[in-house]
Design a binder for this molecule. Structure first.
Ligand code: BGC
Length: 888
């Protein structure tokens, strides 16, 4: 129970699900907060907003002070102050009142930019010239030539005068391509791969920075480096059209607003006053890697002291087919989130040094080195070593993944590439001269979503599996949820994401990430309603004029993920926003398949992708998914006040067709595979009398596979939950802890530090799987994570109380797991669950945050003084469980 020493406090302030929005997408942004200290209830809240951070620190909100709002159990509100001005930075804070009517202090201030509207943008898109202005010499050098025809990064600079000390200065910036921004030599922000990936023909995000402190009276210089990134660099696997998916050269858009004390303003934009030239980044490309010639550095190029030589005017361009909409970022920026030291060093057969960072990751190397001028250092990246101890790179396909650094020779040199990233655990280094002074570390990058969950158990293999899931999420959450970060692919494949989403939401706050990616999916939807296989869509099949239409389970992802989003965050805004696109997809499926079997419009029809063992009947999979969608549409309709009956009626009709078509006279499902039964039970497709039969058959199939799974991407998500509920928790744990092929433990026994794309990515008998498709960092099979969280830790949401306001706690207690310690930051507070088994006893400690209740159901064979099923409310509870029956 709560002790009075736990003083409640408000923290984790969010605006539109972000720590600090770059701008607003609506006139009434949404605010959310969490309460620590776990009082049983909060009864009221108050929000204050002001343009001055100092005012907020004093508890003053001159722009908006909601006053005390009596609203028991409410942890969010929409802006209800005066109309927000554009181009402002607003600070805000929140306090709440607890059940004893005690007010908390205000939380430390957070802020948001209101941003610019389309009409506010006055800058041009500027880029390196294609055709030199008359009178200019064509550069004679060939030092930027390379076999990839990848372009050097563009350096851009503009000098401007500031007339006095400004009271505020905000810069808004975006790029077609990638940018790094500088003001008077200082890097602005710590974002990487900004502004992120969208369909640049439709929209591009901008970022906002407060640069008041960086301006000085007199001459100032704004500088930018532009890279190709997703815009014009290489992505995807089509070698005949590897790059230039959105345009031919990167471009910058920028606007700096300066305000002086006397009310005067200054506006600097991206215009024809900028100059450009090439510098030390000879090329920097996602797939090729980066070549950096430090001898070409231009010290001080982004400061006013620098004298520009050989700089050219920029060209004002009109992006084709039309200028994209500029809009504030919808998700967090990507950043460097972890630095890993070298774990082991070895020498490859060719004499190159190999560094093992002990963890497969997405990112790059940070190198510090001292070497003679002109020394060329090559860094090659790989996920695995081959049998001879050399880097194994065949699975990277056309991704070269090599960074080249040429030393300037002056003291210790520092190198991290800018506009490339690699998927790797190992780096092979070769150099044209000995390197007496060398240090390397690996830098992991990802969209910097708040980490919300941590879980550990008493089983080392399981802990490694949890770590592998987390790192596969980290390695594949870069602006969009991707399939893999290493080979020439790196697309936002939608089924991978939908099977993994519930797992992902435990480890990180994925609310803004989905809100952003959902827009990419909707941007890729065809006019007749077809959702794509991947989003953003362009680089996949670059010859098609339209996006690749989604297969069942792929095109279905948006609806499934939106429902997961609602149950986790109790956020209805996304459901509202997507309702019409969802209806369009559903109507399209129905038009293709009027008789209720999903046989048409199945596009690439991938089935239970990469399953082992017999393939699952695809019409069964596809119809099962359709029924799932109809069920979810019914639920979404109810939540957002739309008529639900059209969807519940569809679901009932499809269920009848499903059973009539796929339940055979022999009492099996057509195809008789694990995944068939997993989907039928997981999606609740069978009438009650058939369910136990289906479960028995599933058990028999697992037995026949010697206790192994045989599922692909689609089946795996249901494996542990269905086996646990319909066979037994023990059997689910058996599958989870299996170490023989195929299993998660098998990959771990063979060195996996992330989730493999294929169960047989590497086997002792066969070595590496086909080079055509064999990633070692692909999160789909990590979908088992949701069951680990929901059932081993017992932290499961109840659809009746979305947003983890009401939990179902039904832990699986198993001596092989021994203990579980987990916490999850639900939107409104932290949930703890920790149990430890000692013989016939289990001590289970639960902490529920404010205004949260849980329905606890102990597993059969266990009881507590409270009984076997009971309810808990906010606060800390120590439960003492004992076995009630022998052999349970
Ligand atoms: C990707 C997958 C994806 C699949 C579609 C693969 O190349 O890596 O993860 O879902 O194609 O079949």
């Amino acid at each position: 129970m709560t002790s009075d020493n736990d003083v409640p406090r408000v923290h984790r302030l969010r605006c539109d699900n972000l720590r600090q929005p770059d701008g607003l997408h609506s006139a009434r942004p949404e605010f959310g907060w969490a309460v620590a200290g776990d009082p049983p209830h909060i009864t009221a809240w108050r929000i204050i907003a002001d343009v001055s951070a100092d005012h907020i620190a004093q508890g003053r909100g001159d722009l908006w002070d909601s006053g005390r709002v009596d609203a028991p159990g409410v942890f969010n509100t929409a802006w209800d102050g005066p109309t927000l001005p554009n181009d402002a930075r607003i600070y805000y804070s929140v306090q709440v009142w607890d059940h004893l009517d005690r007010a908390t202090p205000f939380a430390p201030a957070a802020s948001f930019f209101t941003g610019l509207t389309a009409q506010d943008w006055r800058g041009d898109w500027i880029a390196r010239y294609f055709v030199l202005p008359e009178g200019r010499d064509v550069p004679q050098d060939t030092r930027y030539d390379n076999r990839f025809q990848a372009r050097p990064a563009d350096y851009l600079r503009r000098c401007f005068d500031v007339a006095g000390k400004p009271v505020r200065a905000f810069v808004y910036v975006s790029a077609l391509g990638l940018y790094e921004l500088y003001l008077n030599g200082q890097r602005i922000g710590d974002h990487v791969m900004a502004p992120g990936w969208t369909d640049y023909h439709i929209r591009t995000p901008y970022q906002s920075f407060d640069v008041t402190e960086l301006l000085t009276e007199g001459p100032n210089v704004m500088g930018a480096i532009l890279g190709e990134g997703w815009y014009s660099g290489r992505i995807g696997h089509n070698q005949r059209r590897a790059g230039n998916h959105y345009g031919g050269r990167p471009a910058l858009m920028l606007q700096l607003h300066v305000q002086y004390a006397d009310g005067e303003t200054l506006c600097i934009t991206s215009d024809d006053q900028w100059q450009t030239r090439q510098g030390p980044v000879c090329y920097s490309d996602f797939l090729a890697g980066e070549m950096y010639d430090a001898r070409l550095e231009m010290p001080g190029w982004n400061t006013a002291q620098y004298h520009p030589e050989n700089w050219q005017p920029v060209e004002v361009i009109s992006p084709e087919p039309s200028a994209p909409m500029l809009e504030p970022s919808r998700t967090e920026p990507a950043r460097a989130v972890a630095t890993l030291p070298v774990q082991q060093q070895s020498t490859a057969p060719d004499g190159s040094l190999i560094f093992d960072f002990g963890q497969n990751l997405a990112g790059y190397v940070h190198m510090q080195v001292r070497a003679p001028r002109g020394t060329e250092i090559r860094l090659r990246h790989a996920e695995r070593l081959d049998a001879d101890g050399a880097l194994y790179t065949a699975n990277l396909r056309y991704a070269v993944s090599e960074d080249i650094y040429i030393c300037h020779g002056d003291g210790v040199e520092d190198f991290t590439p800018r506009f490339t990233f690699h998927g790797f655990q190992y780096v092979g280094l070769s150099a044209s001269a000995p390197l007496p002074d060398l240090s390397l570390s690996a830098v992991a990058i990802q969209t910097d979503l708040p980490v919300t969950g941590q879980i550990s158990t008493g089983n080392p293999m399981l802990n490694q599996l949890i770590s592998n899931i987390f790192w596969s999420q980290r390695g594949n959450f870069l602006s969009v949820p991707t399939d893999c970060p290493q080979r020439d692919e790196r697309y936002g494949w939608s089924a991978d994401a939908q099977v993994f989403w519930r797992t992902a939401g435990y480890f990180m706050d994925v609310s803004s990430f989905l809100s952003k990616w959902m827009q990419d999916l909707i941007d890729g939807q065809s006019p007749d309603g077809v959702f794509p296989d991947v989003a953003p869509t362009k680089p996949l099949n670059p010859y098609r004029l339209t996006p690749q239409p989604g297969a069942p389970a792929w095109g279905d992802a948006p609806i499934i993920m939106a429902w997961d989003h609602y149950t986790r965050y109790a956020d209805t805004a996304l459901l509202q926003r997507c309702w019409q696109p969802f209806c369009d997809w559903m109507n399209w499926i129905e038009r293709q398949n009027p008789n209720g079997l999903r046989l048409e419009g199945v596009n690439n029809n991938y089935g239970d992708w990469l399953s082992v063992g017999p393939g699952t009947h695809r019409p069964l999979i596809n119809t099962a998914y359709w029924i799932r969608l109809a069920d979810l549409m019914g639920r979404i309709a109810t939540v957002i006040g739309q008529p639900a009956v059209r969807w519940t009626a569809l679901a009932a009709r499809l269920r009848d067709t499903f059973v009539a078509s796929f339940w055979t006279k022999e009492g099996t499902l057509t195809g008789d595979t694990q995944t068939a039964y997993l989907l039928a039970l997981g999606f609740d497709l069978l009438p009650p009398p058939l369910r136990p039969q289906a479960a028995t058959r599933l058990g028999a199939l697992i037995d026949a596979a010697d206790g192994h799974l045989q599922t692909g991407f689609l089946g795996v998500r249901h494996l542990a939950p269905v086996v646990c509920d319909w066979l037994s928790p023990t059997r689910a744990v058996d599958l989870l802890l299996k170490e023989t092929y195929p299993s998660w433990g098998f990959s771990i026994a063979h060195g996996a530090t992330t989730i493999w794309e294929r169960w047989d990515g590497w086997t002792p008998g066969g070595g590496f799987q086909s080079t055509a498709m064999n990633s070692f960092n692909h999160y789909a099979y990590g979908a088992v994570g949701e069951w680990i969280w929901a059932r081993l830790a017992g932290i499961d949401t109840d659809p009746a109380g979305p947003g983890y306001r009401r939990l179902q706690m039904r832990p699986v207690l198993d001596a092989r797991i021994g203990h579980v310690t987990a916490h999850y930051d639900a939107p409104h507070g932290r949930i703890h669950s920790a149990w430890v088994m000692q013989g016939d006893r289990v001590a289970w400690q639960i902490t529920l945050p404010t205004d949260t209740c849980a329905e606890v159901a102990l597993p059969p064979g266990w009881s507590a003084p409270q009984g076997t099923e009971f309810n808990l409310t906010a606060g800390t509870h120590d439960l003492h469980l004992a076995r009630s029956e022998k052999g349970a």
